[in-house]
Ligand binder design. Structure first.
Ligand SMILES: NC(=O)c1ccc[n+]([C@@H]2O[C@H](COP(=O)([O-])OP(=O)(O)OC[C@H]3O[C@@H](n4cnc5c(N)ncnc54)[C@H](OP(=O)(O)O)[C@@H]3O)[C@@H](O)[C@H]2O)c1
Length: 302
């Protein structure tokens, strides 16, 4: 297993290059790194802020230049951490934030977006997501998002935690198919979306954003990382099981994974996962260990 958590500058450059080359395309042609950085649980403890900012900056330096945050995380605290991490380099970052469902009405959406922009210290988002489906009619949210887009406050918009039927409902809205992505839970131990959501999104030509791509902590992660198939393939690549799981999530070129890491060694490991390519045989072995669904499974959420 790879135990090296420090890197010299030429190694850093190589990792950055691997992240720059491993990209995913949005429908408008914009390319983003397949591995970005999450920020949930950041901005909750003032004493941790400096460490969190440094972690994001290290990830940016290594080419993980897509940052995913939300007004919900730390009630704005994570956006402040993110804003500090990108100060002076805003144009080098693809910035994603999310609106609470109860703020997704026409007027409240504008206010929520402006508040996010202020906390982030920027005047535009690259992508603004409806965090999950709430009670506000989808058409109203689409209209609000389109207004923000036309004004340049957001470059594009999308949704999160939408299952296939909800995506179809969205597509039936006027302007609904301008949605650029759907961010859902996806990792080797949770493959339900492969049955119909992921194929549907592929058909419509929009990339998926995978949250919890390394299965957070807990029992499920332990089950994944201690599985003999995962361990032997990780060993064959001289990487950790977590790095392998992360590389698996971006294997097809149309999924953006957003692992969250505060520990510097975790950031380095995640960035290095961009250069791991799994063979057909290894993918088949992983399919056997953690089979894809053969029927409709409800969306997993956290
Ligand atoms: N749209 C939604 O509803 C939704 C829901 C959940 C998450 N998200 C987004 O997706 C992001 C990722 O999901 P997540 O944060 O829930 O879970 P995750 O990225 O799957 O896991 C994060 C956990 O894994 C640890 N970790 C990171 N890299 C590691 C590595 N290389 N080796 C071992 N452990 C490692 C982190 O530790 P340290 O931090 O201590 O380094 C942290 O405890 C979130 O931060 C958020 O931006 C969105």
């Amino acid at each position: 297993m790879n135990q090296s958590h420090s890197m010299n500058s030429s190694e850093r450059q190589a990792v950055r290059k691997a992240n720059e080359e491993r990209t995913v395309k949005f429908p408008d042609g914009t390319q983003v790194p397949a591995i970005g950085q999450g920020t949930w649980r950041m901005g909750e403890r003032p004493g941790e802020k400096e460490k969190e900012v440094k972690a994001l900056q290290l990830g940016l330096e290594l080419g993980m230049t897509l940052l995913d945050t939300a007004e919900m995380y730390g009630e704005g605290g994570a956006e402040e951490v993110t804003g500090e991490a990108i100060r002076g380099i805003r144009d080098q970052v693809f910035l994603v934030s999310k609106v609470y469902p109860h703020h997704a009405g026409r007027k409240s959406l504008r206010k929520a977006c402006e508040n996010s922009l202020q906390r982030l210290g920027t005047d535009y988002l690259d992508l603004y997501l409806l965090h999950w489906r709430g009670n506000i009619p989808l058409q109203e949210t689409v209209d609000g998002m389109e207004e923000l887009r036309k004004e340049g406050k957001i470059a594009r918009w999308g949704v999160s935690n939408f299952d296939t039927d909800e995506m179809k409902e969205l597509w039936a809205c006027d302007g609904g198919s301008r949605c650029a992505t759907n961010q859902v839970l996806y990792h080797l131990g949770s493959r339900g979306i492969e049955y119909d959501l992921l194929p549907w999104m592929r058909k419509e030509g929009i990339p998926l954003m995978a949250y919890c791509p390394i299965a957070q902590g807990g029992l499920l992660r332990q089950e994944l990382t201690t599985h003999p198939t995962v361990q032997s393939i990780a060993d064959a690549h001289d990487v950790s099981p977590i790095q392998l799981i992360l590389a698996w999530s971006i294997r097809n070129g149309d999924v953006i994974a957003i692992p969250k890491a505060v520990q510097q060694n975790h950031v380095l490991d995640n960035a290095k996962a961009a250069s791991i390519r799994l063979s057909e045989k290894q993918l088949a072995q992983l399919d056997q260990a953690f089979p894809p669904p053969d029927r409709k499974v409800g969306l997993d959420i956290v």
